[in-house]
Design a protein around this ligand. Structure first.
Ligand code: ADP
Ligand code: MG
Length: 348
């Protein structure tokens, strides 16, 4: 989440498919950088001026949340982290309290494979700044020290009196969750403007509402290792498709890959899975779930998926083998040229 404003490049493109035929439905596309990724808002068959104005407001929303939820700057979460570190009790504003409370709940439900208190560890590994990925891992001694600070957040989360007790060393990092929550809020904003057919796509992670005219929206899931598209998914109505992988932020050192999803139990990047794709209703759950399932690994992910109430999950192992739940298999079309080895996994 520590994505500085310098990444913002403003508008890249607006409106496609407009002119050819006056009666052709218009697709408005609007792109901007936020939270370290390219965000694209696509709005179908809505007056383009209204659509464009709404998309600009989505941009403003993302940039505001980026600031508010940056663990390291002087925004609300950054200030809260500073206060925790200096041993003060803190009362976050209700919105921040709610989102921290929610990610804390996910930590509990997932048995700690997802943990918003992972900030010190993320910083130690250097994955807090996408523009400055390091080239070697930290020492095991410093990793052990940072792990001590990944522990349940002390305090009470019931609004309006949520209070965090002092917790030296603990740094809250909402990076595994924030993009999803932002996408959910963006979709709500569009719906409030009576926009019923749209996608908010943050770097390949998206929530889609309505349809693209007479057909569903078509979503591509990228291959984690090979070039190109691994699978296509059609969505309509209101659904989110999120993917986490070890290819998004990583470095290689002595032939090994070190990536930005950390296992709070070991202090090291998660192992065994190279990508996880989740299809579910809300984007916040989808986002946190991808991070949690990456950490859970090739054997344990179905139990954690079940705890999160998910039934549509696809994971790719380092070997290329795809594990998929039955409900997800119904929904995806695999596009890998060489027929993949497929294992159907039951989510209990
Ligand atoms: P991306 O946002 O790149 O798609 P994720 O949604 O998986 O990827 O989030 C990764 C981010 O989540 C990391 O950059 C870090 O800020 C945070 N994070 C890393 N490990 C964990 C974890 N075990 N639990 C919660 N958050 C984590
Ligand atoms: Mg995530």
């Amino acid at each position: 989440m520590a994505q500085p404003f310098r990444l913002r490049v403003g508008i890249l493109a607006v409106i496609a498919l407009a002119a050819a035929c006056a009666r052709e439905p218009v697709e408005t596309r609007y792109r901007f950088m936020a939270m370290g990724t390219l965000v694209e808002v696509t709005i179908f068959d809505h007056p383009s001026q209204v659509a464009e104005a709404a998309a600009r407001d989505v941009e403003a929303l993302f940039l505001d949340l980026e600031h508010r939820w940056d663990p390291w700057n002087d925004g609300p979460l950054g200030r809260l982290n500073q206060a925790l570190a200096s041993g003060e009790s803190v009362r976050p504003d209700p919105d921040l309290a709610a989102i921290i409370g929610r990610s804390n709940d996910i930590a509990r439900v997932t048995g700690g494979v997802f943990d918003p208190a992972v900030g010190s560890l993320v910083k130690l590994w250097g994955f807090d700044d996408a523009a400055n990925i390091p080239d070697q891992p930290p020492s095991s001694l410093t990793i052990r020290t940072a792990m001590d600070s990944v522990r349940p957040l002390p305090g009470i989360w019931d609004q309006p009196t949520a209070t965090l007790n002092p917790a030296p060393g603990v740094v809250i990092d909402l990076g595994g969750f924030a993009k999803g929550e932002a996408v959910d809020r963006a979709i709500r904003l569009l719906q409030q403007r009576d926009i019923g057919n749209a996608i908010v796509n943050a770097g390949g992670d998206l929530r889609a509402i309505g349809r693209r005219g007479d057909r569903p929206w078509r979503i591509g899931v990228r291959e984690p290792r090979l070039e190109g598209v691994l699978a296509a998914i059609e969505v309509s109505g209101d659904q989110s498709v999120f993917t986490s992988g070890d290819y998004e932020r990583f470095f290689e050192f002595k032939g090994r890959r070190y990536h930005h999803i950390l296992d709070p139990r070991t202090g090291y990047p998660s192992q065994g899975l190279v990508s996880v794709t989740v299809l579910t209703d809300d984007a916040a759950t989808a986002d946190a779930a991808c991070t949690a399932l990456m950490v859970s690994g090739p054997e344990r992910w179905p139990g954690v998926a079940s705890a999160l109430g998910l039934d549509k999950v696809m994971v790719v192992e380092a070997s290329g083998v795809i594990q998929i739940s039955a409900a997800m298999k119904e929904r995806v079309r695999l596009l890998r040229e060489e027929k993949p080895e497929l294992e159907i996994r039951e989510i209990p």
